[in-house]
Ligand binder design. Structure first.
Ligand SMILES: C[S@@+](CC[C@H](N)C(=O)[O-])C[C@H]1O[C@@H](n2cnc3c(N)ncnc32)[C@H](O)[C@@H]1O
Length: 251
């Protein structure tokens, strides 16, 4: 008899067939792409910019480096890396979703970023890059949406240079009980309403909230990264653990 647990996964609070999740996630991001940046600012009161700045500071990226901004969407991190790595460096903004990539490419072009950024449509589980290629990989608010997180992390480890680092910026588990209650009320009741008002799509923002709850907590994700081949894995909580930045190295 087939092992059912191997063939299903979570999509928010729902259990779905593994092969279905990719298309369901794709639908979410096709639907929200045009208003993704506006929604990010509205939902986080602009705080996502601070989380991303912290990520850039933790990246150790320098002039001439090769950086992969995976699940890079509308390119906030890629834009910043492009300025740091300069002409001799290279930034690849990779995402599975062509609507998100299109918004990202147009945004970066509009702010004058051309030349050292390339755009690749790719699934994090099967990265189409050579072994030992990138100095740094970031995946911001992306890993949660990937069907097979372990496979994706192994793929990231493969394309990272020895000595390179991976940064996973993701929603996590709040560490303070009172904050947790306010956060729950906000995310289950307010976010879908904002989604309905701005994007006419409450369901995608319900998925966002549910997928955050289903994502591994700080310690579990640390273990998964170690299992996938990363060394010296550590994490920093931000905003009381609402978000965590995990860092790991390939040696
Ligand atoms: C919440 S957005 C994050 C975008 C951007 N990194 C940011 O921080 O604003 C999540 C992104 O992950 C992408 N994504 C989901 N599953 C993916 C996969 N398997 N491989 C690559 N990208 C994926 C989505 O298309 C979407 O653009």
């Amino acid at each position: 008899m087939a092992d059912q647990s191997k063939e299903t996964t979570d999509f928010g609070f729902r259990t779905v067939a593994k092969e279905e999740k990719k298309d369901m996630v794709a639908e979410v991001f096709h639907s929200v792409a045009a208003k993704y940046d506006l929604m990010n600012d509205l939902m986080s009161f602009g705080i996502h910019r601070i989380w991303k700045r912290f990520t850039i500071e933790a990246s150790g990226v320098r002039r001439g480096h090769k950086v992969l901004d995976l699940a890079g969407g509308t390119g906030d991190l890629a834009a910043k890396f492009s300025r740091i790595v300069g002409e001799k460096g290279q930034v690849v903004l990779a995402d599975i979703n062509d609507s998100m990539l299109k918004v990202g490419r147009e945004k970066l072009r509009d702010i004058g970023i051309v030349g050292n950024v390339s755009y690749v449509q790719a699934n994090a589980e099967e990265l189409p890059f050579p072994d030992n290629y990138f100095d740094c990989i970031t995946i911001a608010f992306g890993l949660r949406n990937v069907t097979d997180k372990e496979k994706a992390l192994r793929s990231m480890c493969r394309v990272l240079k020895p000595g390179g680092r991976l940064l996973v910026l993701e929603f996590s588990k709040p560490v303070l009980a009172p904050l947790s209650k306010i956060y729950d009320a906000y995310s289950f009741h307010v976010l879908p309403r904002i989604g309905q008002m701005v994007v006419k799509d409450a369901d995608s923002y319900r998925y966002l909230t549910e997928s955050i709850r289903m994502h591994p907590d700080q310690e579990t994700l640390k273990g998964i990264m170690e299992e996938a081949g990363f060394d010296q894995v550590s994490y920093s909580n931000m905003t009381g653990g609402v978000v965590a930045l995990h860092k790991g190295f390939k040696f």
